[in-house]
Design a protein around this ligand. Structure first.
Ligand code: ADP
Ligand code: MG
Length: 583
């Protein structure tokens, strides 16, 4: 016979095949199990690993549990309590929904599942060894669910061989644990490896959860993001400017509708949001929660569920990049409130309201205020909890140091300003405003630029023709022959072909482009560097004060045009402790 007959695969074999996609290594098993505990509305989740999860993954939760009659189903493939009909697929509110997590794990391990609901007097357990499920048995336990996974991949030696060292597997498990702990600060989590306590994370808010996992550095100067202006998509969380982080953990977490995802459109949007204020050696750091209308996003792209597809890429991209851009366009006035009023400080706008009468702040969270006050951290607030904005955030100049730095004194202590860097930024922002307010000067090219573009580019060009003209480009398109007849005057010396193609690339991918404004910034930044005061240029006290006053009002003047900070303070607290005063 030249061909073989078709036969239906056994459930056990189907589960093993699908386990290959879902359960790549111990950490993917841990993710499925922890997500189930979260979906079960647990308040406390304890994870106990042996040898980084390679020899045991045990998760204990206090969630709603599973009734006896459903225990066998829980291990079955495509059996779930989270969706019922097709419509539910477009309105997913839980982390799981495909009903294959436990089936996949139980096909490739020795799994024991114990569970007790609050309506039952005792719990029940069920065992599955490499897909062979045994009968349920009664067991004494608290409300909730316990899962023990051992002998992972022992029936698939080829897969087992791919596992890395115990330490590598442990680090993968820890990363999974950290992501879920960050996205659920309202749940108490504990992580143990070989009996050693790694994390004990009490219920808290997002920023303090970030601090508990990644360190104090992250509460020094967080930029709080909370934008609810768009009805289809909302964003909240924190971005961290690496200049204000003493220890960088390369924290880059995005959650869409509560689920950790990797997505190149969002990565790019965040990068663009940081453009102009980030040093090229630094990476942006962030924990961001994007909430998007479930109809605008598809999670059902990959069994691991950490990839998504958006209905409208351009909406997502432009919304995220502009929100982050706005959040980082702070003035020293904004920053001094966040950075220096409380140490360790928290994003003050979460706990205070801006008082329009005296341009100051007052606490909305009295317990928070009392706690800070008891630690001597609210010394700029009167005891009724009101804070008056200092008249000048950056204080008054006292001296110039070595022709490079301005030293000033403000209410908190000493302010040190990099004079050239700060001036350069002020000039750049002024030039940008001038350009924005005037009609763009167009330079007609003596010899038009002719580029042969591909079909993709010409489609993009037709779609965004008016937008491109609005940027100051005079263009004609004939078939695939693009003629550039004029360009914005400030860009006349730029590499027009490269700039124009990257403009089309970005428009094609994301529906908007900051290629032109980035190029414009680069040109204006060169001009402002040229015009800015140089080192060893002596400044009078009045000139220094005038620079400080200009900085206070200027957006982004906390960073130079290359993304380095332009000023910092040493507070009286810090000075006192350096000299051990009061000890
Ligand atoms: P899914 O999470 O996609 O529904 P799973 O195979 O991970 O699929 O789980 C199957 C079902 O078992 C879930 O729908 C849920 O009803 C139940 N379940 C699993 N783990 C738990 C848990 N820790 N607490 C309560 N129910 C659970
Ligand atoms: Mg699940």
């Amino acid at each position: 016979m030249l061909f073989k007959r078709i036969n239906k695969l056994s459930n056990n074999l189907i589960n093993k095949i699908s386990a290959g996609e879902i359960i790549e290594r111990p950490s993917s098993g841990l993710k499925e199990v922890m997500e189930n505990s979260i979906d079960a509305k647990s308040k406390k989740i304890i994870v106990e690993l042996i040898n980084g999860g390679s020899d045991q993954i045990k998760v204990i939760d206090d969630g709603h549990g599973i009734i006896k009659d459903d225990l066998t189903l829980a291990l079955d493939r495509h059996a779930t309590s989270k969706i019922v009909c097709e419509n539910d697929l477009f309105n997913i509110q839980t982390l799981g929904f495909r009903g294959e997590g436990l089936a996949a794990i139980s096909a490739v391990s020795n799994l024991v599942l114990y569970s007790k609901t609050q309506d039952d007097n005792h719990g029940y357990s069920i065992k599955s060894k490499f897909g062979e499920v045994a009968n349920t048995k009664p067991t004494a336990m608290n409300n909730g669910t316990i899962i023990e996974i051992t002998e992972l991949f022992h029936n698939i030696p080829a897969r087992k061989k791919f596992l890395k060292s115990e330490n590598t597997e442990y680090l993968h498990c820890r990363t999974v644990f950290e992501r879920l702990a960050i996205s659920n600060p309202n749940i108490h989590f504990e992580l143990y490896n070989n009996g050693k306590l790694i994390y004990k994370l009490a219920t808290t808010d997002l920023l303090l959860r970030i601090k508990d996992i990644f360190g104090d550095s992250y509460v020094k100067c967080p930029f709080f993001i909370n934008d609810i202006s768009n009805y289809l998509i909302k964003i909240n969380g924190y971005v961290f400017h690496p200049s204000y982080l003493d220890t960088k953990k390369n924290l880059q977490m995005i959650f869409i509708n509560g689920r950790y995802v990797r997505d190149k459109i969002i990565y790019d949007a965040i990068k663009k949001g940081f453009s102009g204020v980030l040093h090229h050696e630094h990476n942006p750091e962030y924990v961001l929660f994007v909430d998007i209308d479930p109809k605008e996003v598809d999670f059902n792209v990959h069994p691991s569920k950490n990839e998504v597809r958006f209905v409208d890429n351009s909406l997502v991209h432009s919304y995220i990049s502009s929100t982050i851009r706005k959040a980082l366009a702070t003035t020293p006035d904004d920053l001094i409130i966040t950075k220096n009023t409380m140490e360790p400080n928290l994003a003050i706008n979460q706990y205070t309201t801006k008082d329009s009468k005296n341009d100051g702040y007052s606490f909305t969270d009295t317990a928070f205020y009392e706690n800070k006050k008891s630690k001597g951290l609210c010394d700029l607030f009167t005891n009724d909890g009101n804070y008056e904005k200092p008249r000048f955030s950056l204080g008054m100049a006292i001296a110039q140091l070595n022709g490079v730095f301005i030293l000033a004194q403000n209410d908190y202590g000493l302010v040190v300003v990099d004079m050239h860097a700060a001036h350069e930024r002020i000039l750049l922002e002024h030039l940008k405003i001038q350009i924005k307010n005037k009609n763009i000067d167009i330079q007609n090219l003596l010899i038009p630029f002719v580029i042969n573009i591909n079909d993709n580019y010409s489609n993009t060009l037709n779609t965004y023709f008016d937008k491109i003209k609005g940027l100051g480009f005079l263009i004609e398109l004939n078939g695939n022959m693009l003629r550039i007849l004029g360009v914005p005057k400030v860009l006349e010396n730029a590499n027009i072909e490269r700039l124009f193609l990257s403009l089309l690339d970005e428009l094609g991918q994301y529906g908007n482009s900051i290629a032109v404004s980035t190029e414009l910034d680069a040109v204006l930044s060169k001009i402002s560097c040229h015009l800015a005061i140089r080192a060893n240029h002596g400044l009078s006290i009045e000139e220094m004060n005038s620079l400080l006053r200009n900085m206070e009002k200027c957006e982004r003047s906390n960073y130079c045009n290359h993304g380095r900070p332009t000023w910092f303070t040493i507070s009286m607290h810090e000075l006192n402790s350096m000299f051990m005063r009061g000890k």
